[in-house]
Write a protein that binds this ligand. Structure first.
Ligand SMILES: Nc1ncnc2c1ncn2[C@@H]1O[C@H](COP(=O)(O)OP(=O)(O)OP(=O)(O)O)[C@@H](O)[C@H]1O
Length: 294
């Protein structure tokens, strides 16, 4: 057992932020925690890492209570950049962890190199951009080679090149056996690293494996949207919502060539067509904004 969260509750004043949160991670993988601003993601991650206390409930990491001080040898938490000291350098921060956990200087520098922060490692954090701070935080989180890595919005403020680099780093760590629990609003990136999703909604968790319902669809613009929907259903496709003259046809287990055969047989007037893979973004829209699949 890597992580077990049991019946966790947390309120701030009268606001019940977490109502009764339970979930488990049994084997190494990447798990994403998704929810709107203020839904309680940071609160939950801080409870798991014992930085704040739950009102009720328990957390176990590798079979032991998260209150056990030894836990911090196996688990790392990347929080937001308010934990950095402006007047220290990036290297000072790394050295602090190195001294506390007995990590050699060459390994600190290797981590800096891996994250790509060597060029500004000896500058004061005060001079760092948001993205540079994010990189430093990530370096601090992985430098002790944790078995469980918890990341609160690691992609925040990263340019596309850096986001790709971080994505590859996460996939590489996970492949080597690190379990990663991360929160993010970047659902496109989430889909690229995992299909294991925890949606946090109204203080409760909804655990899903997106691959169970991830679907390929074609969004089509036609002057006969209702007719196209009816035909598609007769051929065994599913149809999503429609907006004006655009209709979503979901493959529903059928092949792309079956889809094109239908279009040519039925001689439909198609003005535009776009292939889509419905993933966490569409699921999010449904759950939180109650919008149809288009
Ligand atoms: N120390 C605190 N005192 C009072 N209320 C708090 C405190 N910390 C968080 N909250 C409230 O708890 C709720 C959840 O906040 P939290 O930061 O966990 O959400 P989040 O999902 O991480 O948000 P975001 O996506 O914006 O980072 C919010 O309504 C917030 O105002």
């Amino acid at each position: 057992m890597i992580l077990r969260v049991s019946k966790v509750q947390k309120s701030y004043g009268k606001e019940k932020v977490l109502k009764n949160i339970s979930f488990e991670i049994q084997e190494p993988k990447i798990v994403a925690l998704i929810g709107p601003n203020g839904s309680g993601k940071s609160t939950l991650l801080s409870i798991i890492t014992n930085l704040i206390q739950a009102d009720r409930g328990d957390v176990e990491v590798f079979g032991e209570s998260n209150r056990n001080p030894h836990m911090f040898k196996q688990i790392s938490f990347m929080q937001d950049n308010t934990v950095l000291y402006d007047y220290l350098t990036g290297y000072d921060h790394l050295q602090f962890i190195g001294d506390a956990q007995g990590i050699a200087k060459k390994d600190l520098l290797k981590t800096a190199e891996r994250i790509g922060i060597t060029d500004y490692l000896h500058k004061k954090v005060k001079q760092y951009s948001l993205g540079m701070k994010q990189h430093l935080l990530l370096a601090l989180a992985i430098v002790n080679q944790p078995k469980l890595l918890i990341l609160d919005e690691p992609l925040n403020g990263l340019d596309p090149t850096s986001a790709i680099r971080v994505r590859n780093l996460l996939l590489d760590l996970a492949e080597k056996g690190t379990t990663i629990l991360l929160s993010s609003h970047n659902l496109g990136e989430i889909d690229r690293v995992t299909s294991h999703i925890l949606f946090l909604k109204d203080g409760e968790l909804l655990e899903e494996n997106l691959s169970d319902y991830q679907q390929t669809a074609f969004e089509i613009e036609t002057n006969q949207p209702d007719h196209l929907k009816e035909i598609a259903r007769n051929y065994g496709f599913k149809t999503g919502g429609s907006k004006g003259e655009r209709v979503a046809i979901i493959l529903n287990g059928k092949s792309v060539s079956e889809f094109f055969e239908m279009l040519s047989k039925e001689n439909m007037d198609i003005r535009d067509m776009e292939k889509k893979v419905f993933g966490s973004e569409e699921r999010y829209q449904r759950l939180f904004n109650r919008e149809p699949l288009l």
